[in-house]
Design a binder for this molecule. Structure first.
Ligand SMILES: *Cc1c(COP(=O)(O)O)cnc(C)c1O
Length: 439
């Protein structure tokens, strides 16, 4: 009984805060996964974050692996980004006129991401993917697109089909309000399956504008590309005159300074960026081959616009973030920390006797409660979401913050240190044991 009281009080203020929020916003949140429904409890409400730690309204600290779902590669409120924002904010934060910050960030993105020769900034990954697909359709004069089941490219209508974590977690693979006519031109193939891509391209030869793919799938957990998969896509696209679109909203500046395209040495025609590129402010981008990007308005006829696109605060945060990533040994430290974390998690799961598959590409991890390796969405769905929920709740109680879904990646930041890992792995021992009690 004493234990129950103690447990309730640990989250009392969060519970009260969320009761208010729930009356005012659908599910009490502004993005569905945040409502924690998949883990059978209400969310904690956060007051602040610093480094690898977030703190809730009850004063509980957590080692955070959500990282705002990817942007916070330097952790919360890193000094370099905070300083850049402070410096910028005194000068006003949006003009609807060009600023030098846009040019500086464009230069850096073009320098770092192999496929990007010309870039356009937008406000969200959703917008970037939507715009890149519009451009691909305009440039090819073709209507159909191919996407992989379990890959997420934002919630734009034509792409909201079998779209991974958010939709999967809630059991709504697509959404009402999206007319069949808007997804009729979206062809679905399993991830990591080149034969399916070839078959789709053969069946619709001359009709396919682009193949969109997350080069490391991050919205069904973390599922790395099979050996040769990305090069195979490049070759098939070239054979059938289809544009290759890498959605690197999650992987860009995350798995490598030049994104997955640099890590795997495969150059797409078009690339979407988001998350890290804005350093945690609303910012995303699409870019690619110059001949394609010059078709975007006003150089070309493909219309796309945005009142707050390229706003100074987002540009300053993105610029400061990318400069730190470029000028320090950030990726070395991310690699070492994430590797230790993955190894520690595997060991803890093995000790608890719980079958778990831990995947990792750079500082992106996947933890699947599954018996066999996960290579695509169908296999991801076989993982034990009930065990994940028990694991999640135990981790939360022990002060480790994970995304509340079995289908989300974990993100390590440069702020995660040895003490964070120690806390995490001690918590994981208990949490895997708790997961193991779910038969
Ligand atoms: C997060 C994400 C998006 C959507 O970005 P938003 O900024 O949430 O609209 C698109 N594609 C991928 C691969 C993502 O991970």
């Amino acid at each position: 009984m004493a234990k129950l009281v103690e447990k309730t009080s640990r989250y009392a203020r969060s519970d009260a805060a969320f009761a208010r929020a729930r009356k005012l916003m659908p599910g009490g949140v502004n993005s569905p996964v945040r409502a924690y429904r998949a883990v059978g409890r209400d969310p904690v409400t956060i007051t602040h974050g610093k480094g690898a730690i977030v703190t809730d309204v009850d004063g509980n600290d957590y080692v955070d692996y959500v990282g705002s779902y990817g942007p916070l590669i330097l952790g919360h409120a890193p000094e370099a980004v905070a300083a850049a924002l402070t410096k910028t904010i005194d000068k006003g934060w949006t003009f609807g006129m060009p600023t030098e910050l846009e040019t500086q960030l464009a230069e850096l993105v073009i320098e770092l991401v192999p496929s990007v020769e010309v870039v356009r900034f937008v406000n969200s990954g959703t917008e970037a993917a939507m715009s890149a697909i519009r451009l691909a359709r305009a440039a090819t004069g073709r209507g159909k697109i191919i996407k992989c089941t379990g890959c997420y490219h934002g919630h734009t209508d034509a792409l909201l089909v079998q779209a991974g974590s958010g939709a999967t977690t809630l059991g709504t693979p697509s959404s009402p309000g999206v007319p069949a006519s808007l997804t009729a031109d979206t062809l679905l193939v399993p991830y990591n399956d080149l034969d399916a891509v070839r078959a789709a391209m053969q069946a619709h030869a001359g009709d396919i504008a682009c193949m969109a793919v997350e080069p490391v799938a991050g919205n069904m957990g973390c599922v790395p590309p099979a050996e040769g998969y990305l090069q195979g896509l490049r070759d098939l696209c070239d054979e059938f005159g289809v544009l290759l679109l890498f959605d690197e909203v999650m992987t860009g500046f995350r798995v490598n300074l030049g994104g997955a395209q640099k890590l795997y040495g495969v150059t797409p025609d078009l690339t979407c960026l988001g998350k890290v590129v804005g350093g945690g402010l609303p910012c995303a981008a699409y870019g690619g081959r110059e001949d394609l990007m010059r078709q975007v308005s006003p150089d070309g006829p493909v219309y796309q616009a945005g009142t707050l696109s390229g706003n100074p605060l987002a540009m300053a945060a993105g610029l400061a973030t990318l400069q730190v990533l470029r000028d320090t040994d950030a990726y070395l430290s991310l690699e070492l920390t994430a590797c230790d974390l993955a190894t520690g998690l595997r060991t803890a799961a093995a000790q608890a006797g719980v079958p778990v598959q831990v995947t990792r590409v750079g500082s992106m991890l996947g933890v699947f409660f599954a018996d066999a390796p996960v290579r695509n969405y169908e296999q991801a769905l076989t993982c034990r979401a009930d065990r994940f929920a028990a694991f999640f709740n135990a981790m939360l109680d022990e002060g480790v913050m994970l995304a509340p879904s079995a289908f989300e990646a974990w993100f390590v930041s440069t702020a995660h240190d040895a003490a964070c890992l120690e806390t995490t792995l001690a918590a994981a021992e208990k949490a895997f044991a708790a997961a193991g009690t779910i038969r």
